[in-house]
Design a protein around this ligand. Sequence first.
Ligand SMILES: Cc1cc2nc3c(=O)[nH]c(=O)nc-3n(C[C@H](O)[C@H](O)[C@H](O)COP(=O)(O)OP(=O)(O)OC[C@H]3O[C@@H](n4cnc5c(N)ncnc54)[C@H](O)[C@@H]3O)c2cc1C
Length: 284
Amino acid sequence: MTNVLIPESMEELRRILETHPGARVYAGGTDLLVKMRSGLEAVPPCLVCLERIAELDAVSEHGEVVRIGACVTHTRLLADPVATEHLPVLVRAVEVLGSRLIRNMGTIGGNVCTASPAGDTLPPLYVLDAELELRGGTGSRIVALKDFIKGPGQTVLGENEILAAVRIRKPRMFNLFHYEKVGQRKGLCCSAVSLAAMLRVSSGGVVEDAALAWGSVGPTVVRSREIERMLIGKELTAERMREAAAEVGKIVSPISDVRADAAYRRAVAGNLLLRLAARDGSSP
Ligand SMILES: Cc1cc2nc3c(=O)[nH]c(=O)nc-3n(C[C@H](O)[C@H](O)[C@H](O)COP(=O)(O)OP(=O)(O)OC[C@H]3O[C@@H](n4cnc5c(N)ncnc54)[C@H](O)[C@@H]3O)c2cc1C
């Protein structure tokens, strides 16, 4: 029988993790408990639920930075005025993550720490250059998201270390925010391919800045400066996007699995760019 402990402060959590070797933390449990039940994850001697630690459960503004506690659920994020005003690309991805029940239970921290190539919050967090606040027994450290995820399910989290918060600089220089995922169904499905994009488009329709990241087309999210540079200084037309889409097929490295085969993923990754050209460049 596995013990479940529910600390109410970071100090209590630290003591539990020090005195319970092999303990696993969880937040909503929508990934971990499902995997444990299906035998994909070993059942640990002790489970530690993070949901009562107030410090992990808030969205706050610090000047130009938005701090999202790791245990903020997807539903909370969707209702948060700071997130909806400043982080539309993330909010759009969370809107299509799972079902309402999953969004009620699942957290941003759980999505990041699961480190699935299909995790819906990851492409937006890559284009937003998110940083992560990690806390361990010996103190805290800040790690860029792109350095945190090493591969599918693999992160640089140390022993007894947890993700405390996601920090994001407000993307004030951008005026077009886009997230789209393609899956086997319209609702409740993990993405076969996804694209997060932030662009700054001038009133004349010229792309002045671009940040683009694809999910489910490699071991982790693929952000391409090369494709971004291809768009900067050009008009946001379907023809321009078709040229860029052809290059996307060369930089992604998808696998074939139950959701889609590699060739399909490669083609769709490029095609998702074409939807950007259909946008008018105004704020959402
Ligand atoms: C039916 C269903 C549909 C789903 N659909 C989607 C979907 O469309 N898109 C999508 O992206 N995901 C989907 N998911 C996956 C899941 O719901 C999300 O990844 C969710 O955000 C996970 O959050 P959680 O709090 O439940 O994570 P948990 O299950 O609590 O934890 C997940 C992992 O992260 C670790 N962890 C959690 N919090 C922390 C922390 N603060 N510090 C350190 N480690 C931590 C845990 O140890 C565990 O390894 C789906 C899941 C189900 C069951």
